[in-house]
Design a protein around this ligand. Sequence first.
Ligand code: ADP
Length: 346
Amino acid sequence: MNAPRPQLANAVEVIDLTKRYAQGRPAVDAINLRIASASYCCLLGPSGCGKSTTLRMIAGHENVSSGDILLEGRNITDLPAALRGTAMMFQSFALFPHLSALDNVAFSLTMKGVGKAERKKRAAELLERVAMGHLAERKPAELSGGQQQRVALARALITQPRVLLLDEPLSALDPFLRIQMRAELRRWQKELGLTFIHVTHSQEEAMALADTMVVMNHGVIEQVGSPHEVYNRPASEFVARFMGGHNVIDTPHGRVGVRTDQMLVRPEAASLPAGPHNLQAVVTDVEYQGTYVLLGLQKPGVVMNAATTAELSVMLPEATFARQPHAVGDAVQLHWLPESAHALAR
Ligand code: ADP
């Protein structure tokens, strides 16, 4: 007989959590969520979908209207932020510019009345831990973006949190630094073995970082899953469109999502009879992207003007396009394998 598989403990459990700021639709509407210990969770969704409100309620920076928040089984819903076992890392790290790295890290201990020698010792230990011990006396302006991030991490860790909450920490950085910093965040999360909950509006960032992605829209959770699951099996039309890289197509079998790189193109002359896995289209854009060429397409008969955007996209490997090029105005047939199409809830 097989031994029972050990249950992964949840670091955070959110039960029927609701936040109402005003009359009408709640900002967060009775969401339920379990976040596994020592995992990297990203709350993802468009602006205004309720992800920061959710994070702030977990942090204790926002009261809940109803529902519960458990941290490692403890109900923390009504505890003050400092007693929850969470710590927050903010956008652009929000370091105090006039304090050294060491004093930035020691700051929250000052607020807790810990003596100076003890504060400095604990802050120095943490800076060592994030490989910043040698730069402890520098001010933030004298540190690179990566070094500032490590100071911000040490500052958050000094309260010995069980869960680190990150509110768009990378969104104000330039694109190059953002990619470097996210790799570093991921490394630290694994090395520290802590639970990270990271709010972002960037699909790419969430895919790169998350063990678990939570896709939100209008205050509710649309889908929870690994990046692979969410990208390959978007549960709804919203998720398929928001994640990008998918066409949403009405077929006789209902509305389906098909990845743009799993669509195939035949010249119209080679068309098969119309069926559930093909459709006629006209090329409206051809964009060279290096390793691939992105075709924009419309259904036949749609009059194109400056305001019309392509309704369908196909990503063709550069070599495929070179063998069979397509130009704007070409009539083609798009087709896909039945297993490439996934039913979408509306
Ligand atoms: P996101 O982080 O996904 O961009 P938020 O959680 O900040 O979204 O906001 C969710 C909704 O709640 C939005 O409609 C926003 O306008 C509203 N909201 C957020 N904070 C407040 C507030 N302090 N007072 C009133 N409405 C708010």
